[in-house]
Design a protein around this ligand. Structure first.
Ligand code: GDP
Length: 443
């Protein structure tokens, strides 16, 4: 996951500062030397690091910090704000043209994730009740057209293509007309990639630009390539005036240098971040939330948004009623697990909860997909009757369930015990809340 190294280095620096009732200028200098190294190790552009440290230092040695009762916390707050600023300050939203369609030109090198990301963006727009049209403009790699068509079918978004022999410029021109005629309010043009930035590629992009007059020119870059990604962004920007950057493969980028340098070096904001191969693994980029994740302070806002988008409100209400009445069964338990899984890979979810990212690194805490799979296998091996009345499962049945699910008797015993405890707690809690769940006896 992104920023692992940086987060633990920074937490180390700050835990030293946090404990101090007073910090001297020398303490600040020592801490900043370590922050500087941590950023350089994360592959952040050296000039960006230099400016960053200078700003944080300037703000940290003021009397306000030195006289504070919790100087360490004030310095963390300064770093948090500067990191946010470094990544653009606040969310840079996708443009929206009052006279649709809004045209989005997707550019980037081969393999950066342009085609996949175009489809992901279409999916995101679809969720926001838009009617995107994808345009297959990469005619040099026939597989790219097919790839986009397959993805489009998967998410139910139309893909515009023309027969062989048509130039990308012609495809874009006709696609624009098609969008106007068919009421598509976003036109997402996937363009050809190259191994390197070259003149031919730029010329083609310039021509497509000329005929479609895009509202957005988004550069897709692979975050895992670190400073190379930043250099690519800089050279594209010099020739094409980008309106934003989409960082892909952030899920595999343990350092985070590109995310932290791109805005400062090119002036282009990061508009989206892709965190996985799945079609819904694209998120709007929020600098303040990203800074908070980097500092290991979690990102509850993104988690809540994911939960709101992914969880069925009626089901959640019904679940709550069952919990109150202690009617919760293993079937409900399975359904809850399904809901949690919809939010995304468990390790990414944990990174969003304050403090959890750190817990994940401890070796005796194992909350992984494998373990969830084991739990599911056990529950699936129970009969319908047993799922609803787990108290009835005797020793012999437990042994059979273990054999049936490929787990051990101890695993089965542990799960049933945990489930019992959970039900007991729910019951106690709902008793405490009163018969209708109103008014608390705790007060
Ligand atoms: P293009 O040549 O720029 O169009 O790149 P593609 O869209 O074909 O993507 C290249 C590869 O990167 C594919 O295997 C994608 O599945 C993969 N990919 C794209 N975005 C991500 C991401 O955010 N995370 C991961 N892990 N893989 C990604």
């Amino acid at each position: 996951m992104a920023f692992e190294g940086l987060t633990s280095r920074l937490q180390g620096v700050f835990s030293k500062l946090r404990g101090k009732g007073k910090v001297s200028e020398e303490d600040v200098n020592a801490a900043m030397r370590e922050v500087r190294l941590a950023l350089l190790e994360a592959d952040v552009n050296f000039k960006v690091v230099k400016d960053f440290i200078a700003k944080v230092k300037e703000k940290s040695v003021g009397s306000e910090v030195m006289d504070s009762f919790t100087p360490g916390m004030v310095i963390i707050d300064i770093v948090n704000k500067e990191l946010t600023e470094l990544m653009g300050g606040s969310q840079a939203k996708l443009a929206r043209n009052n006279r649709p369609p809004t045209v989005v030109l997707m550019a980037g090198l081969q393999g950066a994730g342009k085609t996949t990301t175009s489809a992901k963006l279409a999916k995101l727009l679809l969720k926001g009740n838009h009617r995107p049209l994808l345009v297959a403009g990469d005619i040099y790699r026939p597989a790219a057209i097919k790839q986009l068509q397959v993805l489009g079918e998967q998410i139910n978004v139309p893909v515009f293509t023309l027969p062989e022999g048509n130039s990308p410029v012609e495809i874009a021109r006709q696609a624009l007309q098609h969008a106007k005629d068919h009421g598509n309010d976003y036109l997402l043009i996937d363009t050809a990639g190259r191994l390197h930035v070259d003149e031919e590629l730029m010329e083609e992009l310039r021509q497509i630009h000329e005929v479609t007059k895009p509202d957005e020119v988004l550069l897709v870059v692979d975050a895992m390539t670190g400073q190379d990604a930043v250099n690519v962004a800089e050279s594209f920007n010099q020739q094409l005036e980008l309106t934003g950057v989409i960082l892909t493969k952030l899920d595999g980028d343990t350092r985070g240098g590109a995310a932290l340098s791109v805005k400062a070096v090119t002036g282009c904001p990061i508009k989206f971040a892709a965190l996985g191969e799945k079609i819904d693994a694209l998120e709007p980029f929020h600098p303040e939330r990203m800074a908070s994740r980097i500092l290991g302070m979690g990102d509850m806002l993104s988690l809540i948004e994911k939960a709101q988008a992914g969880i069925d409100a009626d089901k959640a209400k019904e679940m709550e009623r069952k919990m109150r009445n202690a009617e919760f069964t293993f079937d409900d338990f399975l359904e809850q697990m399904d809901q949690v899984k919809k939010l995304g890979p468990i390790d990414q979810i944990m990174d969003m909860i304050p403090g959890m990212g750190k817990m994940k690194q401890m070796k005796d805490v194992k909350v992984d997909e494998k373990q969830m799979g084991r739990v599911e296998a056990i529950v699936h091996s129970m009969t319908k009757h047993e799922k609803q009345n787990p108290d009835l499962i005797n020793h012999n049945r437990r042994k059979r369930i273990a054999a049936g699910s490929g787990t051990t008797l101890a695993d089965v015993n542990r799960l049933i015990k945990q489930f019992d405890e959970m039900r007991r707690m729910m019951k106690q809690f709902s008793d405490m809340m009163g018969p209708k769940g109103k008014g608390s006896k705790m007060m």
